[in-house]
Write a protein that binds this ligand. Structure first.
Ligand code: RIB
Ligand code: CA
Length: 327
């Protein structure tokens, strides 16, 4: 009898070689990015080929330092880090006052430096190569085997697609955190944060024709850890200790916030367990000006290239995420 499960085939009495998912995490750490990065580092079904950094939850300098410090803390300094671009292109598209509002919104959620938990100063440096060039070179050297997992603004991804048109054929696909198709946004009523930071880039990525799994607020907002869920992570691994400290700090600093949504962790989970999410095929475009700035417009299309996550087994997703973090 053959039991097929995640990337391995169990034949009665034997396990065939497990195939790892090669990914590049494009990230703006970022409190929930921190959980997603630890998941990717700990999963024995993921090979992290590198972290590419984008601005978003904090300045590019801060998101880069946070990534380097997290790898140092997790004793994973072999994972290379490549600096990309600061995203917040909305500086061009919104007034100074609106951009100040945006900055204070992200500082409230993620703190001045982008994290609500202190990390040791890193003893490693980012690589010289630009993030966009790393994405292109990795995709070319791993044709058909590399997935891009952007969990911040899509600036680097859009630049890579523009710079190397073959990228679309070289990569296996994109699993991205972003957008709000049938639900309101979280920066404005229309726009989700990652898209809001760079809607032009988001529009280019979503209309590229590349196979995309979109993990938007439709499934991420409602999958959360609550203030009382103090035993969600029960173990004492380095990652679990740090995450418990982070959650404790977030709930202390934001007394009227009782939920920590697992936006970015769900996106990593979609690489490993896509079956936990109900997907529907859409065409997706992004509004790049006017009051609906950053809105993701989804049109159902069975032939579309964007699989939108429309429903998720929330409790099982939370359990799976905690299991991966506990390994
Ligand atoms: O809207 C949620 C997204 O914005 C997450 O990626 C979070 O890290 C922030 O970047
Ligand atoms: Ca993020």
């Amino acid at each position: 009898m053959q039991i097929c499960c995640r990337r391995e085939t169990l034949l009665e009495g034997s396990i065939v070689f497990m195939e790892k998912n090669k990914i590049i995490l494009d990230t703006d750490p970022g409190n929930d990015d921190l959980l997603a990065i630890i998941m990717a580092l700990k999963s024995d079904l993921i090979e992290v080929r590198g972290l590419t950094i984008v601005g978003g939850n904090a300045s590019l300098e801060n998101t880069t330092n946070n990534a380097l410090s997290l790898l140092t803390y997790m004793d994973r300094i072999e994972v290379p880090v490549y600096v990309g671009d600061s995203s917040a292109l909305n500086e061009i598209s919104t007034s100074a006052e609106e951009f100040d509002d945006f900055k204070s919104h992200r500082i409230e959620i993620h703190g001045e430096t982008g994290l609500h938990v202190p990390l040791p100063k890193s003893n490693i440096e980012p690589k010289e190569m630009h993030a966009v060039d790393f994405i292109i070179s990795e995709a070319e050297s791993n044709k058909g085997a590399l997935s891009l997992v952007p969990i911040g603004p899509l600036t680097n991804i859009a630049m890579a697609i523009k710079k190397e048109p073959n990228l679309a054929n070289w990569i296996q696909g994109i699993h991205l955190m972003g957008g709000a198709i049938n639900v309101p946004g979280n920066v404005t009523q229309y726009a989700e944060f990652n898209i809001y930071c760079d809607p032009v880039a988001a529009n280019e990525v979503l209309s590229s024709g590349i196979k995309i799994k979109l993990c938007g607020l439709d499934i991420t907002r409602g999958t959360f850890v609550e203030r009382e869920d103090t035993n969600w992570l029960g173990g004492n691994s380095l990652g679990e200790q740090l995450i418990r400290h982070l959650l404790d700090s977030v709930f202390k600093k934001l007394p009227d916030r009782n939920r920590f949504s697992l936006h970015d962790p769900i996106t990593v989970l979609s690489v490993l367990y896509p079956e936990l999410i109900e997907w529907e095929m859409y065409d997706v475009s992004v509004v790049c000006s006017g009051p609906n700035f950053g809105q993701t417009i989804g049109t159902p299309n069975a032939e579309g290239s964007v699989a939108v996550g429309v429903n998720i087994d929330r409790e099982l997703a939370k359990l799976k995420i905690s299991e991966i973090l506990a390994t």
